[in-house]
Design a binder for this molecule. Structure first.
Ligand code: KG4
Ligand code: ZN
Length: 339
């Protein structure tokens, strides 16, 4: 089976083709980052409009990259949520219409299931069960995963998601959008330990997260101290260290609670070097395994949607002809495969 996957939930237009036997055979991405950078954040209307511009040319590029014609595609998958409603509508409408024209099945994919399964695209994929840490711009969640579609939410952020905390703190430090990767770069020049940020909600025993206080903490330092480059780098470092250590504490707890020996980390923030290295070291010390996607598949992409779509289509999940998207959609609402 060969599936064309379409991702348009936020500010990246992604198109990819996944072949059951050959794996990923095409992958195209158009990032709108530069467009939104002028506004300091994502402008939903601009996101939709630019998906409309790029989606068909990208599909064409993916088809020629794989050397395929329409009759060689067996299904189309598209992100149907969660995300920006107008942006989702573009990929969903184009995907649904293409499948109709090509007389193949279509399937609506959950964006976070796409992220969660992205490490399956790598050479040494995780086996079940595992704990998944999903850290993106909109979500911070710990999930007990016993199979594809069997997701139990263990804890999530009560306010800002990890990526959102990175972006807001970056803005405060005068960095451009998207702040996450920029803050990470600045943090590399920071002196560890000059400032110590709180590790929110680690004193209590739960698996919930709360990152919104960190930006206030950063704001107070920036206001109180000389606003020179080194201070900003030191704040960036202290902020990143606080996020990383908080994630470590919560992941340990989730692993202890479930007894699972594998940890899968996915979503945009899992591209962060410090997150990757420190969580890898934590798992090495436990003698347990950690799995990531390559950095380009941590952030939004079409490959994860093509893969998740193939898995879902193979098990008999199909979208009907009415196009519907879900800006809010819980992972726990997803069905098990074949159910
Ligand atoms: O998964 P993703 O591409 O989109 C959503 O589904 O939200 O995640 C985007 C988020 C943004 O907040 C971005 O700043 C953050 O991931 N991010 C990073 C890094 N790369 C992306 N945060 C920290 N360090 C990075 N290297
Ligand atoms: Zn995402």
């Amino acid at each position: 089976m060969r599936v064309l996957g379409i991702e348009t939930s936020c500010d990246e237009t992604g198109v990819a083709i996944y072949d059951q036997d050959q794996g990923l055979i095409a992958n195209q991405l158009y990032s709108q980052v530069k467009i939104h950078a002028n506004y300091g954040g994502i402008v939903p209307e601009l996101a939709s409009r630019n998906h409309v511009h790029k989606i068909v040319p990208l599909i064409q590029s993916a088809m020629s990259q794989a050397g395929l014609n329409a009759s060689e595609i067996h299904g189309v998958s598209y992100t149907a949520g969660p995300g920006l409603v107008g942006a989702l509508m573009v990929g969903a409408t184009v995907g649904r219409a293409l499948a109709y024209a090509w007389r193949v099945a279509a399937v609506a994919v959950h964006h976070m299931e796409g992220h969660l399964l992205a490490p399956m695209l790598e050479e040494n994929p995780p086996t079940f069960p595992f704990v998944a840490l999903l850290i993106s711009g909109g979500h911070t969640q710990l999930i007990a995963v016993t199979d594809i579609g069997k997701y139990q939410l263990l804890g999530e952020s009560l306010d800002d998601a990890a990526g959102e905390a990175f972006d807001k703190t970056a803005k405060l430090l005068g960095l451009d959008y998207p702040g996450g990767p920029m803050l990470a770069r600045l943090a590399q020049q920071g002196v560890p330990g000059r400032y110590t940020f709180p590790r929110p909600m680690t004193a209590s025993s739960g698996l919930e997260f709360s990152f919104s206080g960190l930006k206030t903490f950063a704001a107070n330092i920036v206001r109180a101290e000389a606003d020179d480059h080194q201070t900003r780098a030191d704040v960036a470092r202290a902020f990143e260290d606080a996020i990383v250590e908080t994630l470590i504490i919560k992941c340990r707890r989730a692993l202890d609670l479930t007894g699972f020996k594998r940890l899968v980390i996915a979503g945009g923030v899992s591209a962060n070097q410090s997150v990757r290295e420190n969580l890898r070291e934590m798992m090495r010390q436990r003698g347990e395994e950690v799995f990531y996607a390559r950095p380009e598949f941590c952030t939004d992409n079409g490959a994860m949607i093509a893969y998740a779509g193939m898995v879902r289509l193979r098990s008999g999940t199909f979208a009907n002809l009415a196009v519907s998207v879900l800006p809010r959609w819980s992972l726990e609402e997803l069905s098990e495969l074949g159910a």
